[in-house]
Design a protein around this ligand. Structure first.
Ligand SMILES: *[C@@H]1O[C@H](CO)[C@@H](O)[C@H](O)[C@H]1NC(C)=O
Ligand SMILES: *[C@@H]1O[C@H](CO)[C@@H](O)[C@H](O)[C@H]1NC(C)=O
Ligand SMILES: *[C@@H]1O[C@H](CO)[C@@H](O)[C@H](O)[C@H]1NC(C)=O
Length: 392
């Protein structure tokens, strides 16, 4: 029970480094619904989106490819949290179907797409212990690993799979080792936080489930790249630092970049017991739930509110909520942190149920008003419902 002693150590050493208090301006940060009702609310929300499944493709009508992968993720996580197997057959069959359709889950030539689906497979492995799921995740990991900047690549200024892309050895004096290219394409020099964060988290989970230290080394290297290159002065994760050191505008702040890194660091802390990762995670989490970049003083997330059409942003906020859920699971005795996660989760939950619900379907605008069902509104809500099974 390394975990417990590590948490106690953290409490002694760094829990008071910052104020994890819940802002009193947040809207309705508690909820008295019992566990059985929370499980039902979440599964009923899932049951509203499954009729949108295209059984030939394993994807859902009205969603992008990466977003469809995230429906399978939350369905597996629902069973994991609820202790059920209601979604198992659908999840396994479709993750196998899509695996057979696209090599390494990469339909469009994007490493992040491949890893959204590989991550669904790893959650399915966690929920059901199905070894095919672990195999899909490992094979995808090996594919994407071709596009990681190794220490040797950084020194040489080249990745062997991208011979025409010049890589700066360092940006702002920090090594580019650990960065993960967004695309396999030979000429693309784009590198971003979501691709690297997905790789970090996937590596951490694979280490957890296999004990193979190759995955741990990869997770640590890529976590370090994000830490050194992608944090702004307020502890939020920025979007892009390309191989030539050019960056996205500092105003590009999206929930999922911080959310995926919070998840990755939580897993890394869980598998290493290294306080440094948890302290970093807590700083980012505290910033993410309080920033004005994607929520007002009432705490309700406003990013990706798009009643009439889908876009990538609609799928982002679910990834932040999922990251908080992982942080909660990995820090069971860190009361100030779990109270903050619980409260933020309830703010979103209560907003969805009271302001954005039409029966058991939800608008992507969490402040409302309710509207007729959309696949993307439903997708965005599912992780809130499932996370709240635990964090409420
Ligand atoms: C560890 O994982 C890597 C990557 O999948 C693989 O190449 C290697 O064979 C594994 N090592 C062992 C001992 O299984
Ligand atoms: C813990 O992680 C930090 C990076 O955050 C690293 O510098 C340090 O060496 C790690 N400690 C151990 C004991 O592995
Ligand atoms: C609720 O959903 C139903 C069925 O999709 C739709 O007909 C109705 O207009 C929706 N209500 C509101 C207030 O949008």
């Amino acid at each position: 029970m390394l975990h417990l002693s590590v948490v106690l150590g953290l409490l002694a050493s760094s829990a008071f480094a910052q104020d994890l208090g819940v802002p009193l301006s947040w809207r309705e940060f508690s909820n008295s619904r019992p566990l059985s009702q929370r499980i039902t609310i979440a599964q009923t929300a899932i049951n509203q989106i499954t009729p949108q499944l295209n059984s030939a493709t394993g994807e859902f009508n009205g969603l992008g490819y990466w977003q469809s992968g995230n429906v399978w993720s939350v369905m597996a996580n629902q069973d994991h949290s609820a202790g059920t197997t209601v979604n198992e057959a659908l999840v396994i069959n479709n993750l196998n179907l899509v695996w057979g359709r696209w090599s390494n889950y990469d339909q469009y030539g994007y490493n992040d797409d491949a890893m959204w689906w590989a991550t669904a497979a790893i959650y399915a492995y966690r929920a059901y212990g199905n070894s095919q799921m672990l195999s899909h995740a490992e094979q995808t990991w090996n594919h994407v690993t071709n596009y990681v900047v190794t220490a040797a690549d950084a020194a040489a200024g080249r990745n062997p799979n991208k011979p025409s892309v010049a890589i700066q050895s360092t940006c702002n004096g920090k090594t580019m080792a650990g960065a993960v290219f967004w695309q396999p394409a030979a000429t693309s020099n784009a590198i971003n936080s979501i691709t690297t964060g997905l790789y970090t988290a996937l590596s951490g989970f694979l280490y957890e489930y296999t004990g193979n230290s190759t995955y741990l080394s990869a997770a640590e290297l890529s976590a370090t790249w994000i830490q050194q290159h992608q944090l702004n002065a307020n502890d939020l994760v920025l979007d892009t630092t390309n191989a030539d050191c050019s960056t996205s505008p500092s105003s590009w702040l999206f929930t999922y970049n911080s959310g995926k890194y919070i998840e990755a660091l939580s897993v890394l802390y869980g598998v290493t017991g290294n306080d440094s990762w948890n302290t970093l995670m807590v700083n980012i989490l505290n910033a993410a739930v309080k920033t004005t970049a994607w929520q007002g003083s009432n705490g309700v997330i406003t990013e990706g509110a798009s009643p009439s059409s889908d876009n990538d942003d609609v799928g982002f906020k679910a990834i932040l909520i999922r990251g908080l859920h992982e942080a909660w699971e990995r820090n069971p005795t860190y009361t100030a942190l779990t109270t903050l996660i619980h409260s933020y989760g309830d703010v979103q939950y209560n907003a969805l149920l009271e302001l954005a619900a039409n029966g058991s379907t939800y608008s992507s605008s969490w402040l409302g008003p309710p509207q007729a069902f959309t696949s993307w509104g439903q997708l965005a809500a599912l992780d809130v419902m499932t996370a709240n099974i635990d964090t409420n």
